[in-house]
Write a protein that binds this ligand. Structure first.
Ligand code: PAF
Length: 299
């Protein structure tokens, strides 16, 4: 297939480096220097200490015709990308954002494109404009958002490396909600407290705060199986105990966080359904202040 990948961040580079093994891949970046660098040296992917080079096309400005476009930019850049995509003839487009706020934007998007949603369960870190570290081998689960399922894409995306599987599921919303739950429990607190993920369960006061966030999020999302879900959140803290969450890293590096994609979505939903969410509101407002202050420290 002819695949266009929009975004040259960690997930964009990771997807491009694997998909180019079976497909013709073009990466669309915002900056021209990044596109030039990728064209010159390809994408360097390191997994389990082994580094591989992958050749892909790269350019700025989304033009051309593709069998599939994959949008990997963070939620706060999505509006710009939707504007550019609106100028294209009908395409099939897979969205891989964190959080769930993008679903509201896509619901309101008047478009002739066929839309798909995916959930990324990989760990990846961008090392430079052309290099990515595949820090956690997971899968991408994806499904049809509004339109009919695409049998040919499903088949083509099955042909991937064992380190990069793309699994079609009708249950994508449940997967997205459970990932949102993990993110809302771990990310805001680690960013506000400046602690690694494991601290949230090692310190009973932090665990209590995490439980408060959990209770609010579960009731906003109307999720059953609370016990299983709490064990799941705790198990992610255990498995990633030494990690700095993505939100903490964003705060430390003075970057915009995924606050709106994660907390923003839940708070909008809470308001619409008249559910109280005092802890999530506090986390959201505190993070907003912290983002503006651009704290750049982590001990
Ligand atoms: O966003 C992150 O950092 C990760 O999704 C997770 C699972 C919270 C672990 O750090």
């Amino acid at each position: 297939m002819n695949i266009g990948i929009i975004g040259g961040g960690a997930i964009g580079l990771l997807c491009a480096s694997y998909l180019t093994q079976h497909h013709d891949v073009t990466v669309f970046t915002r900056r021209n220097e990044q596109a030039e660098e990728i064209r010159a040296v390809g994408i360097e992917r390191t997994v389990k200490g082994e580094t591989r080079q992958a050749a892909v096309h790269a350019q700025t400005g989304i033009t051309g015709e593709f069998d599939l476009l994959i949008v990997t930019v963070k939620y706060h850049h999505l509006q710009d990308v939707l504007g550019e995509l609106s100028t294209l003839p009908p395409h099939r487009i897979l969205f891989l954002q964190n959080g769930m706020a993008h679903l509201l934007d896509l619901e309101n998007w008047k478009t002739g494109h066929s839309l798909y949603i995916g959930v990324v369960e990989h760990g990846a870190m961008k090392m430079s404009d052309h290099a990515v570290n595949h820090t956690g081998i997971g899968v991408i689960k994806w499904g049809a958002f509004q339109h009919e399922e695409a049998v040919d894409i499903k088949k083509a995306l099955n042909e991937t490396s064992s380190h990069f599987q793309m699994i079609y599921t009708n249950e994508w919303k449940k997967v997205l909600e459970e990932k949102l739950l993990v993110n809302v429990c771990i990310n805001p607190l680690t960013a506000l407290l400046h602690v690694r993920n494991g601290e949230l369960i090692a310190n009973p006061s932090y665990e209590y705060m995490m439980k408060c966030a959990f209770e609010e999020a579960v009731s906003i999302l109307g999720l059953p199986e609370k016990e299983r879900l709490w064990s799941y959140v705790v198990s992610v803290c255990e498995k990633t105990a030494e990690n700095q969450s993505s939100m903490l890293q964003d705060i430390v590096k003075g970057r915009q966080t995924e606050r709106k994609a994660i907390l923003g979505y839940l708070l909008k939903k809470a308001q619409a359904h008249g559910v109280a969410a005092p802890h999530l509101t506090f986390f959201d407002r505190s993070l907003e202040v912290l983002e503006k202050k651009q704290t750049k420290s982590f001990e």
